[in-house]
Design a protein around this ligand. Structure first.
Ligand code: FEO
Ligand code: CA
Ligand code: CA
Length: 546
């Protein structure tokens, strides 16, 4: 097929139109920096000035097949699956794959480090748990298989993506890895005076920093902490790791402690670092952290110190204001309430019990804010509000925030419902997000396994991956790109800088399995075995635009 035909196909399916593409590539007036085909991982955080096209696909129809279904002319390679050996030391790939970030090695789009989060264990990783009580072996596996993996991946001469198990970088980070606390909660009594924590787990989504490290988010940590007798307040933080430096392991308490979904980092107009964060809980707030100091590219990783001091805000959607979650503001809110005054005595206490503090200062409870991404084109903020059956938001929606003056450091904003889940849009329960260089949002869905393929969720069938243009005549329309295997959730979409490969996680296929001899999914259908494995795949088949 010729390039002209490809473009025509693309335009007919994504309906973007030349005008919208021009507007998108012109950045709607706020572009800064550039991304090139050989750019580093974080370059897209500075904005795109290119007009590559990740589209060109015939949308697929929903399906309940136990397969990862892609549009025609696209294919995938399983790069790493649960329990695969990842390095010469024999460490194993974890369970519950989620966030992915690809870091080119020497600028290559064909070889790099892939950082993957492992959110939780499944019946396939620890076996059935009897009477809700894990055995000692299960407790060990539960800590071992959660956390993160750093693996080295490459595309061979035939175009197949593989894991390089001889890698000197590949390693596990898990429930046994020691982290250093930074920020206001380090050493406080609520953390049992600890300056370090043992382990990270429940690592859901995450984000990359402007200095090319990874922020990984501890989400539903409580169960594992309780089962293993660990100090609960040591978990529920944002952790930072450097894929190329195994000694670098931090938990940044200034970013608050809650059910962290992901981070989206950008720059305020004056150069301060801004981090948007979702709290995946029903009736929870949307947050942003604004650093005290300013970003200096020449300082590289030392910019990480910016995450140790700054102001945490929660969004008040009724007033369009970012409310400071600070000692000063909380003190005003708890006047005359001695019990709360006792609880919130320092900024460390406030970040440790952040969910309560944010509501006290006027943060608006919302419908499970999961992934947040900053548009690289216009600095608007996209938030997946996955769903909330507490008040009838069954299919969720994507909220778009417009910061005052297009400045990520602003204290006031407006917002719109950019897209709503439901029959009319063809998707339900949006979760993780990624932007391509044309301003299209790639959105994965998280209909719970118990709801999939029945009742009001029947028409959506298995969870999928959708592409939604953010400008042009098809703005807000969802086109399905992938459908996951039975009872899975697709997670962690992440493009290589040249957008020729999309890394994607397949999380918890066969989640409802009760009997290992009779699994509800056997994806990825490895020869000779009858089990489902969480895995990361590399999707190929993208064509460049011009
Ligand atoms: Fe781990 Fe909010 O999904
Ligand atoms: Ca998620
Ligand atoms: Ca989710």
């Amino acid at each position: 097929m010729s390039k002209t035909m490809d473009r025509k196909t693309f335009l007919s399916y994504l309906g973007t139109g030349a005008t919208a593409l021009a507007a998108a590539s012109a950045g709607l007036g706020v572009l800064d920096g550039k991304a090139s085909a050989m750019s580093a991982t974080a370059d897209h955080l500075f904005g795109f000035d290119t007009n590559r096209v990740s589209g060109y696909f015939d949308p697929i129809a929903p399906t309940d097949a136990d397969q990862l279904v892609l549009p025609k002319n696209f294919r995938y390679d399983v790069v790493a699956a649960f329990n695969d050996v990842i390095n010469p030391e024999g460490e194993k790939f974890g369970s519950g794959c989620d966030f992915n970030a690809f870091f080119p090695i020497e600028g290559s789009n064909n070889r790099g480090l892939l950082v993957n989060n492992h959110e939780y264990s499944t019946i396939f990783s620890i076996g059935p748990v009897l009477n809700d009580k894990m055995t000692a072996d299960q407790l060990h596996k539960n800590l071992y298989y959660q956390g993160m993996s750093v693996i080295e991946v490459y595309r061979d001469e035939k175009g197949v993506w593989k894991m390089d198990t001889k890698s000197k970088y590949a390693r596990r980070i898990n429930g046994y890895t020691k982290f250093e606390f930074t920020g206001p909660a380090r050493g406080i009594s609520a953390l049992k005076s600890a300056a370090t924590a043992v382990g990270t787990f429940a690592n859901c989504s995450g984000g990359v920093t402007l200095w090319n490290t990874v922020l990984s988010c501890e989400e539903n940590f409580a169960e594992t902490a309780a089962a293993s007798g660990l100090t609960e307040t040591h978990y529920g933080w944002v952790v930072e790791v450097d894929p190329f430096d195994k000694s670098y392991l931090k938990k940044h308490t200034a970013l608050g402690r809650f059910n962290h979904e992901n981070t989206a980092m950008g720059l305020a107009a004056d150069g301060r670092v801004v981090v948007y964060m979702g709290d995946d809980k029903k009736d929870a707030c949307v947050y942003k952290f604004v650093s005290k100091g300013k970003f200096d590219k020449s300082k590289g990783r030392a910019n990480s110190a910016l995450l140790e001091e700054g102001t945490l805000y929660a969004a008040n959607l009724k007033t369009g204001k970012w409310q400071a979650v600070t000692l000063e503001e909380v003190a005003k809110a708890v006047k005359g309430k001695p019990e709360l005054q006792q609880k919130f005595k320092t900024q460390g206490d406030i970040v440790t019990y952040c969910q309560e503090a944010a509501l006290l200062v006027g943060g608006t409870p919302t419908d499970r804010p999961e992934d947040i991404e900053i548009s690289p084109f216009d600095h608007t903020i996209f938030i997946c509000h996955t769903n909330n059956d507490n008040h009838g938001n069954i299919h969720g929606h994507i909220t778009r925030i417009f910061e005052a003056g297009n400045d990520l450091g602003a204290l006031e904003f407006d917002f719109e419902i950019f897209a709503a889940g439901g029959r009319q849009s063809g998707f339900s329960s949006p979760d993780n997000l990624a932007f391509d260089s044309n301003g299209h949002l790639w959105v994965v869905t998280d209909i719970s396994s118990s709801s999939q393929n029945k009742g009001i969720h029947k028409s959506f069938m298995n969870n999928g991956l959708f592409v939604i243009p953010t400008s042009g005549p098809d703005k807000g329309k969802a086109l399905q790109f992938a459908s996951g295997p039975v009872e899975c959730e697709l997670t962690g979409p992440f493009f290589t800088p040249d957008e020729q490969t999309l890394f994607l996680s397949v999380q918890h296929p066969g989640e409802n399995t009760k009997d290992l001899s009779n699994p509800t999914s056997t994806w990825p259908h490895r020869a000779g075995e009858k089990m489902a494995r969480c895995a990361v795949v590399a999707v190929s088949g993208f064509k460049l635009g011009n």
